[in-house]
Design a protein around this ligand. Structure first.
Ligand SMILES: NC(=O)c1ccc[n+]([C@@H]2O[C@H](COP(=O)([O-])OP(=O)(O)OC[C@H]3O[C@@H](n4cnc5c(N)ncnc54)[C@H](OP(=O)(O)O)[C@@H]3O)[C@@H](O)[C@H]2O)c1
Length: 282
């Protein structure tokens, strides 16, 4: 018989029970990683819905009177993190030692400075997944990459609790977080913006929606598949990659006659394409 005392699981308060808070709460609850304490949202109804989704915790819409916990997850929107940390730090009856973490991709653990000033360990943990639908995010979470940054003690605990729900963790430096996040903005958000510009250019050229979409789909799929398979330098095609500067200049003028903002994007993107092509030749 094993007579060693059972280590109790650490306690967790979730402050901000939206898409990320609910998803992580449910995953940690199902894996028995934490004992859930308070689950806070702005509205009482949202906090209750989060507790129902997670299957544990005490719903609250107030940050006063939170039960002490080992870990505080501040999964509020980015712009609310620092202010929320200050409100929590001003509450009476806080534990002497605790870990506070937020989930922003762009912001570093410095946002939690008010809690760090109490002697708490602070960190950020960015799970790189779209949490738009928590039920779906729970199902898709396994294998999710998670960037950790902050105090070493906090990173050690977070590495364990995120790995415990199937994440693959990697380390990020605080000073690089904005640039790291910009990488995802370029890859994900700007791809969508460029697809919209492409569709509008097709329509402006007289194509109907169905033809425009049919034209776009294989182009986009091939560009992404080849870039992921061969690397962007080897995958690049088009006039800038061929060094056809005259065509690039004439095309820039045609775009400018249609949409000056699209032309403002076309020119530096062509320069970046030319540099990428030069790298490929080297
Ligand atoms: N969404 C994603 O795909 C994703 C991916 C990776 C990382 N993240 C990061 O995760 C964090 C949370 O994002 P999210 O998408 O889960 O946000 P969200 O769905 O908008 O949820 C935010 C939660 O915070 C609550 N809240 C807002 N202001 C508050 C305040 N002042 N005090 C207490 N609670 C407050 C909201 O309450 P109500 O429910 O009552 O409105 C809501 O429950 C952000 O740092 C974000 O950058 C998001």
């Amino acid at each position: 018989m094993n007579t060693a005392p059972r280590r109790s699981t650490p306690t967790l308060n979730i402050i901000g029970a939206g898409r990320v808070g609910r998803t992580l709460g449910r995953l940690w609850q199902d894996a028995g990683v934490f004992t859930l304490g308070d689950v806070a949202a702005r509205s009482a109804a949202s906090a209750r819905a989060a507790v129902a989704f997670i299957g544990a915790g005490r719903a609250t819409h107030s940050l006063t009177g939170l039960a002490p916990a080992d870990v505080y997850l501040l999964s509020v929107p980015d712009r609310e993190i620092a202010a929320t940390a200050r409100i929590i730090a001003a509450q009476p009856g806080l534990p002497e030692k605790a870990i506070a973490v937020h989930c922003s991709g762009a912001l570093a653990s410095q946002e939690l400075a008010a809690l760090g000033a109490l002697g708490w360990r602070v960190a950020s943990a960015h799970p790189a997944l779209s949490f738009a639908d928590p039920e779906r995010a729970v199902a898709q979470f396994s294998g999710c990459l998670c960037g950790l940054e902050g105090d070493s003690e906090a990173r050690a605990l977070l590495g364990g609790v995120f790995t415990g729900i199937g994440a693959r963790c990697f380390e990020l430096a605080a000073e690089h977080k904005l640039l790291y996040h910009a990488g995802s903005v370029f890859a994900s958000n700007f791809t969508t913006v460029l697809l919209d510009v492409a569709l509008r250019a097709y329509r402006e050229s007289g194509l109907d929606d169905a033809t425009a979409m049919a034209l776009l789909e294989p182009l986009v799929r091939n560009a992404i598949d080849n870039s992921l398979r061969l690397g962007p330098a080897a995958a690049l095609t088009g006039p800038a990659a061929r060094g056809d500067t005259e065509l690039v200049a004439r095309q820039a003028q045609a775009v400018a006659r249609w949409d000056s903002l699209a032309a403002d994007a076309y020119r530096p993107l062509s320069t970046l394409a030319t540099r990428l092509a030069a790298r490929s030749k080297r």
